[in-house]
Design a protein around this ligand. Structure first.
Ligand code: ADP
Length: 388
């Protein structure tokens, strides 16, 4: 009996998706680390994966399982996923560790972003769709939930994060470590650690030549030479589109998730697809889509779909990812940006939607609990999950 070609294709798709699942402790993907032992797909839509962990009872299993489940949702042919867990043998474990060490030595940039920090790139196809507003609000919303959140304003040409977060100042260095120290803003019991080009240049006097010269190095410095310290999340305001800075970031932070911001309009949705395909070619995971400027809601609660309708949902479907939420057109968004108090901390339709979106982000990109897998424990051997 010959091997069915379509089954092979699906198996390949599965392996490709699994390449995006990173063992948070070892910092490499589970395929590369030799932890994926078997992938078996049946015509009925049932997928069976065997994953070997470094240690039985590794608490990171829950994280890996969640990541695998989310990624398998991208493959429409799969209806249920059965994951069987085993443990690497001593010899395999030694090989896996060697591989992880080798990968680390090959990383051309050693970033200061802790391995347990989840980085989320907020991207858009074009400018003006509200990407920076979404970044500022999501970061603030996460901090308001008691988390420590880094904010990297990588929109070098159009930096607006300092203004939106109401933080002004100049970056200074730590004499001892010779690293740049981010500016800090406390939000409730949480903390924002913010880095932006705006803290380095005088907006009105900055010479374009000078900016151009350091542009390619700047983002790299922000990852290499900033004393970020502990963070639950790093939220990155990406420049719009798919230029060198974006690709550089994708390469330097290969374990990032990306959220694509779009508006209901068809043109915006088409250009957003390009950003998504860049992300996919770097094996970044697209965690979801956010639709901004969805509709204007007047005081009587009537909806006016000024920029059309359905663009976010359509893009999410096209990418096979969830629509994390929609934000209406609300003057409080721009007022919040201008006053430096993000709208998410206030009231109104946009604040409500943004708070729901932060909860969705927490579910789609779960925070890593920094626990190691040194303790031996029992191993629950298999789990079956419906893929709907
Ligand atoms: P981008 O980062 O995509 O260029 P910005 O976040 O800077 O976009 O937003 C562009 C402009 O639109 C800003 O003036 C911002 O205040 C405004 N804006 C963004 N989202 C909304 C919204 N939902 N309602 C009203 N104004 C918005």
């Amino acid at each position: 009996m010959g091997v069915d070609q379509s089954d092979l294709e699906i198996k390949e798709k599965v392996i490709n998706q699994l390449r995006g699942v990173v063992d948070p402790e070892l910092g490499s993907d589970i395929v590369d680390l030799g932890m994926v032992k078997e992938v078996d797909f049946k015509k009925t839509g049932d997928l069976h994966i065997t994953i070997a962990l470094t240690t039985a009872g590794c608490p990171l299993k829950a994280q890996i399982q969640k990541d695998v489940r989310l990624r398998m949702k991208n493959i429409l042919e799969i209806t249920s996923v059965k994951i069987e867990w085993t443990e690497l043998t001593d010899a395999e474990r030694a090989q896996t560790m060697d591989r992880a060490r080798f990968n680390l030595s090959q990383e051309d940039v050693v970033t200061q972003i802790p391995r347990t920090t989840k980085s989320i790139m907020i991207a858009s196809g074009k400018g003006g769709v509200g990407k920076s507003s979404v970044t500022a609000n999501i970061a603030t919303g996460l901090a308001a939930r008691g988390l420590t959140v880094g904010v990297l304003d990588a929109d070098i040409w159009g930096f607006s994060i300092p203004q939106m977060l109401g933080v002004d100042g100049r970056l200074a260095g730590n004499e001892e470590t010779k690293k740049i120290v981010p500016l800090i803003k406390n939000v409730g019991t949480g903390t924002l650690k913010i880095i932006s080009m705006g803290f380095l240049v005088d907006e009105n006097k900055a010479s374009l030549n000078w900016r151009g010269l350091i542009l390619n190095r700047a983002v790299r410095h922000f990852l290499e030479d900033v004393e970020w310290g502990d963070m639950d999340y790093l939220v990155i305001d990406m420049p719009p589109g798919t230029g060198d800075v974006q690709m550089g970031l994708a390469k330097m932070l290969p374990r990032s998730d990306m959220i694509v911001v779009t508006t209901p309009s068809k043109t915006v949705q088409t250009v957003a697809t390009r950003v998504a395909s860049m992300a996919q070619s770097y094996y970044l995971r697209i965690a979801g889509v956010i639709e901004n400027m969805s509709a204007f809601i007047n005081e009587e609660g009537n909806y006016y779909e000024i920029f059309g309708t359905g663009g976010g949902e359509k893009l999410a479907q096209e990418l096979g990812v969830p629509l994390l939420g929609s934000i209406p057109i609300d003057p409080f968004v721009s007022n919040g940006s201008d006053s430096g108090v993000p709208v998410i901390l206030g009231e109104g339709h946009a604040a409500e939607s943004l708070n729901l979106i932060v909860d969705e982000v927490l579910a789609a990109v779960p925070k890593v609990n920094p626990i190691d897998c040194t303790a031996h424990g029992t191993l629950e051997t298999s789990v079956t999950i419906s893929n709907n």
